[in-house]
Write a protein that binds this ligand. Sequence first.
Ligand SMILES: [Zn+2]
Length: 394
Amino acid sequence: MPARRVIDRCLQLAQFTEEPGYITRTYLSPPMHGVHDCLTRWLREAGCEVAIDAAGNLRGVYPAAMANAPRIVIGSHLDTVPHGGAFDGILGVVLGVALVESLGGRRLGTEIEVIGFSEEEGVRYGTCFIGSRAVVGNIDDGLMQRIRPAILEFGLDPAGMAAAAWQHKISAYLEFHIEQGPVLESLELSVGVVEAIAGQTRAVVEFQGKANHAGTTPMLLRRDAVATAAEWISFVEQMGRNTPGLVATIGGLTAEPSVSNVIAGRVTATLDVRHAADAVRRECTRVAFTAAFDIAARRGLQCATRMIQDHAAAPMDAELTTLVESSVRAAGQSVYRMISGAGHDAMIIAQRHPAAMLFVRSPGGISHHPDECVREQDVAAALAVGKKILEHWS
Ligand SMILES: [Zn+2]
């Protein structure tokens, strides 16, 4: 069964790790050589020319039936978070190999490039998407200086970075990826069509009150930063629940002095807001900030807000997404369109080329964890969808 083989190959590649007993494979770390070797063998056996570009991306190109044909690209990333899973990223690359194999040597009216991006998670340098940024020609000088030693150490030539960018017309970029969330499982669906990758706001909100004795300060004479933050956190949670498509999270909270018998004088809270529509996300961020100021003022505290990041949403290509959708239907699966709350390589590629994504159910909604897994029936469904997509160019 091809689906079983895809899963087995992902598990085989999971053996290449920086930490025995876990799956940890950061940008151009030594175990990436083993992953490249296996994929190179499989891609060559399937009829691809294989090369590794200066950013460390593994690229196999399967020729078209005619010269000067356009190119479609199927891929995802090969790196992992520390103590990650065996399928995040890798599945999309191994599925690409399986789709080329499924042609059995038959050529299409397009070249097919299978790409394994060297870096997506941002672990080694704190910068995400190094692999996909390289193929759209978006590695700036500062980043280049930081990653140069890793490139040299891996045995690659940094001078080739400009040539890593696609010189061809890319008619489609397709990324198969585990959902990393519980939605498909809750709907009992194998696959989901990604319409857009949500935009993201990251901010910090600070409440400044007055630290004082927990025993001698009456309740009505306090300026308690923790109680103030708690009221605001409840507000943000309600806003998230009441706004369709919005996710709003306060994930980090620091109280000072954080002692049981002292009223907290200061609380610093992180705020993460995501939505497919940038206007909705920005408006909700504004409402959250206003609420923080209002709640603080009513309780006699100072409040300060600081924006850390404002990433716009990345819509997938409408025409290509329609092709994916009709392929899902043709493969006998129910069509469900969804928004990705997490960032993916597809959002970098979408800046320059038509991109589309298909999510594969994540059992238990688990990812970035050793328990991350996939079901064989879902991988089979993704393969069937992929074959239908390829028929478009046959
Ligand atoms: Zn991923």
